[in-house]
Design a protein around this ligand. Structure first.
Ligand code: HEC
Length: 299
């Protein structure tokens, strides 16, 4: 038995691929995920609500540039139902009792020439009593564009998909309406690829966001795993670089991919999650000048 295992391990090594990256060798990036409430794209891009709009539009200032440092404060204020922004808008009209405003997540990514790996680690906040999604204690969803294919994501990440008329948002008219992007077009890459881990279900979720959110169609996700290690949650994705399914972006060297991700902690759903600001990644291409950029190195 031992011999066979060694042979298999040897074959993996000689083939240049590995079962999982040696995460201890992969740089860690801390990101503060915060509770966004009803801060839709329309709200953050409306100057009377958010004084930063001229900087965002004219100077192409990224959300992360201004908010990496205060994301924890924003989350705390939003989740407490405080009036925020220049317009003093209550972004969370139904403050969930006892919910924390933010969680620090350690993000890592590596690739092996064929597959890309993502790893997320965080200490879960206290579990409440309300279970909006009783099946799943945790869901982790990552979205990325095709390397500059979805307008705005280079600044705002997931906000490009988050609108005021979605279910549970302020101007919702339809309680089934899910995320979408403006002017979607699958053929030219104007969509967000979406992969999700669910703690209570086994099926792989590999979808995309175009005119609506689709939770299937992709063929790129190979594994989505999560486990509690001590007092931490660790979630990993393994995905082919090539993609190939409906709503799969190919990930290749030479491009900069815009991404963001969200954690639904505490059996929650819809907008009641923690979200990251917008970040970027590229393969084997360092860019230390851009703080929100992650160089995904080959292992
Ligand atoms: C140039 C810096 C800057 C950029 C870029 C920026 N913001 Fe802000 N943001 C602010 C300031 C300053 C406030 C405080 C309220 C105001 O002035 O309107 C704020 C307020 C907020 C709030 C409400 C919380 C509060 O404390 O008032 C949210 C949510 C928010 N921003 C999200 C975003 C998102 C999402 C983006 C990217 C689309 C973004 N911001 C880009 C500076 C910025």
């Amino acid at each position: 038995m031992k011999k066979i295992a060694l042979l298999i391990a040897g074959a993996l090594v000689s083939g240049g691929a590995f079962a999982t990256p040696d995460w201890s060798k992969v740089p860690q990036r801390k990101m503060t995920l915060f509770y966004p409430g009803q801060s839709s794209l329309e709200w953050v891009m409306n100057k009377p609500d958010h004084s930063a709009v001229p900087d965002i539009v004219d100077k192409k200032r990224q959300c992360a540039k201004c908010h990496e440092g205060d994301a924890n404060e924003i989350g705390a204020n939003v989740v407490a139902g405080k009036p925020l922004g220049s317009s003093k808008t209550v972004l969370e009209p139904t403050p969930p009792a006892g919910k924390v405003g933010s969680i620090p997540v350690i993000f890592q990514s590596a690739h092996d020439g064929e597959k890309i790996y993502f790893r997320f680690e965080w200490v879960p906040p206290k579990i409440g009593t309300k279970k909006l999604d009783p099946k799943n204690e945790v869901k982790l969803t990552m979205m990325f564009d095709g390397g500059g294919t979805v307008e705005g994501t280079e600044i705002n990440g997931c906000w490009a998909t988050c609108h005021g008329d979605l279910r549970t948002m302020k101007n919702a008219k339809d309680d089934k309406k899910t995320k979408y992007i403006k002017n979607p077009d699958l053929a030219s890459g104007r969509f967000m690829d979406l992969i999700q881990y669910r703690s209570g279900e086994k099926d792989l979720v590999d979808g995309y966001v175009a005119e609506a959110r689709h939770m299937e169609g992709g063929k790129a996700l190979i594994k989505a795993e999560g486990k509690k290690e001590g007092n931490k949650w660790v979630v990993t994705f393994e995905r082919s670089l090539a993609g190939g399914g409906k709503g799969d972006h190919a990930i290749a060297a030479g491009k900069v991919y815009n991404f963001g991700f969200a954690v639904h902690e505490d059996y929650t759903n819809a907008r009641f999650h923690y979200v990251s600001l917008g970040y970027q990644f590229g393969l084997d291409s360092p860019n230390p000048k851009v703080k929100s950029y992650i160089d995904v190195q080959k292992q």
